[in-house]
Design a protein around this ligand. Structure first.
Ligand code: 5GP
Ligand code: MN
Length: 345
């Protein structure tokens, strides 16, 4: 049995909307990851099984290793089909905002979502949700939005209508947001949910292979290159890796190729904080990813120095300036956070 995470009043409120709605739009954050796509498609499969007209819209492209997911072909990219997407957003009865807590996380889509008269619900697990939805289901203690989607469908009484396809999407989001159940994954209910998803016919081992073992040769070479240039700040228990636009070109970089790189330095003994600085391919900025183990609050450092945020152990931000400037600021940040970085335990 699962604990009731989502308040009953919110389940009842959403169920009322759901029963009356014909057109439902599901949106998720910019540079969608496994949980963004997994939760969106998980909910999508359920809603189409209830004969709703459903559209999943994300701000921009997502990595190739998520394209096998059932329903992936139906996802609309806002930056390519803006006019059509704007129409769907304006005409929706209900808009489900998944895996983000603030309108700025959906970039160019924000205005259209804010302006739409549709009823809006947030289903998310990031800290500090902004107040832009009539129903806010925000549970930072839950490790993925996909898990929340599973919990929502079950609480509405529709477990039996979750299809194998929907279960695969939900599983993928749960797996990717926990590093294949290596962090944020000590809640035993996660494994109860996995067991329920397996009962739908999900092949979890095959999903792992499809997500993590279908990269290109050049991606692996890029990984070797990035790691060989890694900076380890032993006195700070910290590691830094970087990637310039030029280096990306050399290794035929495509979106998603550096996914997961930021986690690797954490496999060094005593390193509890890892940073990845990458010159963005689309915007003139440095994309920043942070990961930590234990109690080090990388989201706090991200917010203070890089106007970013996220979770305790996985956060990020953006930096407008050169890579050298970003690195220098990073060094300043770890100097300030040295007491926390070197604290025992
Ligand atoms: P990733 O390193 O996978 O890009 O991001 C990890 C987490 O950091 C995301 O799930 C998100 O919570 C947070 N994050 C990443 N980039 C940003 C950003 O620019 N702003 C904020 N507020 N959070 C971010
Ligand atoms: Mn997530």
């Amino acid at each position: 049995m699962l604990t009731k995470v989502i308040e009953q009043a919110k389940i009842d409120h959403f169920t009322k909307w759901f029963e009356r709605a014909d057109k439902i739009v599901i949106v998720s954050h910019v540079s969608p990851d496994g949980d963004a796509i997994g939760s969106s498609l998980g909910l999508y499969h359920f809603l189409i099984s209830q004969d709703k007209i459903v559209n999943v819209i994300v701000p921009n492209a997502y990595p190739d290793f998520l394209k096998w997911m059932p329903g992936s072909k139906d996802i609309l990219l806002y930056d390519r089909y803006k006019e059509f997407a704007d129409k769907l957003i304006a005409e929706a009865d209900v808009i489900c905002c998944l895996d983000f807590n603030a309108l700025k996380r959906i970039d160019e889509m924000a205005d259209a979502i804010a302006a739409s008269p549709a009823r809006k619900v947030m289903i998310d697990h990031h800290l500090y949700p902004e107040d832009f939805c009539r129903i806010t289901m925000s549970y930072p203690g839950i490790s993925s939005t996909s898990e929340l989607v599973f919990r929502l469908i079950c609480r509405m009484g529709y477990f039996s209508d979750i299809s194998k396809e929907g279960a695969e999407c939900i599983y993928t989001g749960m797996m990717t947001d926990t590093g294949s159940f290596t962090y944020n994954s000590n809640n035993r209910e996660i494994y109860f949910i996995i067991s329920e998803l397996l009962s739908k016919g999900v092949d979890k081992d095959d999903i792992y292979r499809k997500v993590y073992n279908t990269y290109s040769e050049s991606r692996l070479r890029l990984m070797g290159y990035v790691l060989s240039n890694m900076n380890v700040y032993s006195e700070y228990n910290t590691a830094l890796i970087t990637l310039t636009r030029e280096e990306q070109g050399k290794f035929h970089y495509i979106k998603g190729d550096s996914e997961g790189f930021v986690n690797i330095p954490l496999s060094i003994k005593n390193v509890c904080f890892s940073c990845f600085l990458r010159e963005d391919t689309e915007k003139d900025m440095i994309k920043i990813s942070f990961r930590s183990v234990g109690t080090f609050p990388c989201n706090q450092l991200a917010a203070e120095f890089f106007s970013g945020g996220g979770h305790l152990n996985a956060s990020g931000g953006e930096f407008y300036g050169s890579l050298a400037e970003a690195s220098a600021l990073f060094e300043k940040a770890i100097e300030k956070y040295k007491p926390l970085l070197t604290a025992k335990g």
